[in-house]
Design a protein around this ligand. Sequence first.
Ligand SMILES: CC(=O)SCCNC(=O)CCNC(=O)[C@H](O)C(C)(C)COP(=O)(O)OP(=O)(O)OC[C@H]1O[C@@H](n2cnc3c(N)ncnc32)[C@H](O)[C@@H]1OP(=O)(O)O
Ligand SMILES: CC(=O)C(=O)O
Length: 526
Amino acid sequence: MEKVLIYDTTLRDGTQGEGISLSVEDKLKIALRLDQFGVHYIEGGWPGSNPKDMEFFQKVKELPLKTAKITAFGSTRRQGISADQDENLQKLLESGVSVVAIFGKTWDFQVTHALNSTLEENLSMIYDSVKFLKSHGLEVIFDAEHFFDGYKANSTYALETLKKAEEGGADWIVLCDTNGGTLPHEIGEIVAVVKQKLTTPIGVHCHNDSECAVANSIAAVREGARQVQGTMNGYGERCGNANLISIIPNLQLKLGYSCVREEQISLLTSLSRYVHEIANVAPPNNQPFTGMSAFAHKGGMHVSAILKSPETYEHMAPERVGNQRRVLVSELSGQSNLLYKAQELNMDLDKSNPVNKRILQKLKKMEHEGYQYEGAEASFELLVREELGEVKEFFTLESFKILVETEDSAVNTMAIVKLRVFDEVVHAAAEGNGPVNAFDNALRKALESFYPEIREMHLSDYKVRVLDEGGATAAKVRVLVESSNGKEQWNTVGVSTNIIEASWQSLFDSIRYFLLMKNELKVNAR
Ligand SMILES: CC(=O)SCCNC(=O)CCNC(=O)[C@H](O)C(C)(C)COP(=O)(O)OP(=O)(O)OC[C@H]1O[C@@H](n2cnc3c(N)ncnc32)[C@H](O)[C@@H]1OP(=O)(O)O
Ligand SMILES: CC(=O)C(=O)O
């Protein structure tokens, strides 16, 4: 298996993405996980840019890293001065790393219009900077900024810049699609030419402005690049960098290159989600390979087929990247979705059961009214168990009243509920910091003496979605409630034109789901 080295720049180029900001502690945590995963290089930041990055380089020395080389980033020397006078290059030395990456201009237009320099001086800047860093015993990676655009504009000059880096002693020359506008066939053609001209190993660094960064990185590897730079989850400037979370399984599992140890690939999903968590980014469900929906099947036809053979609608087995197959239930479901779910829930349903049709009809009718069960699996389970006659009546709501009043500048809320439990009528009143909270508190108060276990559960999330926005304040709303008992979580749904009524439905489902599971069945996480 041919080796392709993985160079992660989440901690540098990733943080150039809008909304991504990592503390030193965050960076250290991510570096540790990247090392455990087996990436070869971790670009920690730009020491000449800010004190935080310099602090990272001091602290990272204390981490017990096993695989990765920590790399510091910077630019070629400023024009008109010698390399040893350049503050940025000095900071690279001060960072104490053994590998540095410096970027230099390779596009003539950038030299004249961004650097305001001459083509000759830029060549010297590249040569002098690489040579200077090499003379200090460092491994030097030359990031050829804007290389593909530069090559298209003036291939002779662009190649000359690479030659200067090679003459200076660069260990790697990394071709960058800085503006992210190049397409895969162009990348392939250009890398093939460069490969003929250089003896230095080549890498690639792509941005995602044309949504081609992953494809471009793969195209470069196929033409001989042996280092791929990218970021976790594709974070990065503008539209992001090449997403290593997609590149690694494509290269290793589909094209037979070796990027990380074989057994590490199944850690990909947990790594991706860990980095999202630290970066405080909600993981996109549709993220290839590692997203929640990457192997989620919704259409009835698809589910029918994957039950026969998963390859019918999966490009690979989800377990290979540490993800899992999911089946969703919705108005697009057929019997197969239902049977799959029933099996997951340990329910005794088979294809010949006439109740299946009734359940599906009810599901589709409810979804037509605005309910959505793919995010409310506890409500779905109740719907099925009700049709199977497995849900007993724990309590019924006779009436409720919500009072909201203002006193001075404070808004006070109280809920009064009347429930029937085992033929007893119970009244309870409770305050809350809003109508739903007060309602929830009153319900618990009324039920506690009958079902003391209810103290174990609490509301952990509450979401409202307006279904027909044209209806303005009279619109139908869908309420999704997430509940937890500290160990498990479950989700329920309610729909009404009245937000309190929709909230009641989802609270009602939440409580009776908990009681049902607690009393009759084992609690399952949903
Ligand atoms: C493609 C990339 O992603 S490269 C990485 C980009 N990342 C960043 O810029 C984040 C970190 N940057 C910083 O903290 C700051 O920009 C610093 C500290 C590096 C520099 O700050 P300043 O000295 O105030 O300069 P400023 O950012 O305004 O401008 C950059 C200067 O570098 C010069 N420059 C740009 N590229 C290069 C290069 N490859 N080699 C040498 N000089 C360069 C520019 O011409 C400009 O010089 P000028 O002011 O004489 O026109
Ligand atoms: C070096 C770099 O980050 C780029 O060219 O995009």
